[in-house]
Design a protein. Structure first.
Length: 376
């Protein structure tokens, strides 16, 4: 019974172990060796116009040959204190990379594979005869560590491709013996080799070539130090939006009434000396409103709209009295007579007519008084 219980526990532990997530790779700190494109233990040799972006150094060896024609944008250190420190930091980095917990085991040729971040270990040699893809899965901080127990050999025209945010600055190859990069190959990552490294003709490296004990051999190569690009971040939106002004509707012109003078004729009773009353037409002006559109020029009165849209109202021109216009006939004997008299005669006639009117008024009043007395 006890043995059965123990077996169940063992199976449960094994199942949990299998379900546990794989260990993630962590960046390998290179210390002062970070600034080097090439660092060797015994010697550095070069053929052709190789170009190095970073520093060039050797320690504890002292030999550096082939510069020029090779050129380096960084400093050259041969067995000085700076090179000694860089070799010490390289040893620390090499051991740290070798100790990282395994994610997945690999073997043989990596050609055609697509790998995500993690620690990949080979218990023997590792080769690359074609293309290897390292997929960052959208994470620019994804790390790839390869632990190679023996040699690393890439074929001519082989390549390491980085996709979906993977960066060469986060790719590390810890090699237990020596590494060889084939002719015209394209390689990504920093090689930390225990013994030696050979870059064949026209091989291009985005990374570093760092050998602890042996030599580094170059032949018309280009080596660029990788730089990590931080993940893009979206800045928070700050500030309060400013309200946008809403256009205001303008009032339409309003019609206003304009008074227009219209002549009408109203008969007025006038008593004659004989006591009979006669009707004399009298011209009377009556204002009739005429609608006009507001907007007289400058706001001044007028019959039409003005330039500034102000409303105005002004009487229209007076209509001539009936019978006095051009081509019309004068009405009444007195008017015809007055129109034919000179100025002095017109004044005399006016006085006579006024006197007659007064006399008629007196006679009319007297008759009314007499009539009241008789009736009483």
């Amino acid at each position: 019974m006890a043995g059965g219980a123990a077996g169940v526990v063992i199976l449960a532990v094994a199942w949990v172990w299998q379900q546990s997530p794989a260990f993630a790779a962590t960046p390998v700190g290179l210390g002062t060796a970070t600034s080097y494109s090439v660092l060797a233990g015994s010697a550095v040799t070069n053929t052709g116009p190789s170009t190095l972006q970073g520093d060039l150094g050797v320690s504890p060896g002292t030999a550096i040959t082939g510069f020029p024609p090779g050129i380096t944008a960084g400093a050259i250190h041969a067995a000085d204190a700076v090179a000694v420190q860089a070799q010490s930091d390289l040893t620390t980095a090499y051991n740290a990379a070798a100790r990282q917990p395994l994610t997945t085991s690999v073997a043989g040729d990596l050609v055609g594979m697509t790998l995500t971040e993690g620690v990949y270990r080979s218990t023997s040699s590792l080769a690359l005869s074609g293309q290897l893809t390292l997929d960052g899965q959208g994470n620019p901080n994804s790390v790839f560590v390869f632990q190679v127990a023996s040699t690393l050999i890439t074929a001519s025209a082989s390549s390491v491709i980085l996709t979906n945010g993977a960066q060469a600055c986060n790719v590390f190859w810890q090699v237990g013996s020596s590494a060889t990069l084939g002719t015209a190959s394209s390689f990504k990552g920093s090689i930390l080799a225990l013994t030696s490294i050979t870059a064949e003709t026209n091989a291009v490296v985005e990374g570093r070539v760092l050998a602890r004990n042996g030599q580094v051999s170059l032949d018309t190569n280009v080596i660029t130090n990788p730089a990590c690009t931080p993940a893009a971040t979206t800045p928070p939106i700050s500030g309060t939006p400013t309200p946008t002004a809403t256009p205001t509707e303008t009032a339409s012109p309003t019609e206003t009434a304009t008074a227009t003078a219209t002549a009408t004729s109203t008969p007025t009773a006038t008593e004659t000396a004989s006591g009979s009353a006669t009707a004399t037409p009298t011209a009377t002006t009556v204002d009739s409103p005429t609608p006009t559109t507001a907007g007289g020029a400058g706001g001044a009165a007028g019959n039409g709209p003005g330039a500034n849209g102000a409303s105005s109202s002004a009487p229209a021109a007076a209509v001539p009295l009936a019978g006095t216009g051009a081509g019309g006939r004068n009405q009444g004997t007195n008017i015809d007579t007055a129109a034919g008299l000179p100025v002095g005669g017109q004044e005399a006639l006016g006085i006579v007519m006024a006197a007659l009117a007064v006399t008629a008024a007196i006679v009319f009043a007297a008759r009314r008084v007499l009539g009241r007395r008789r009736s009483s």
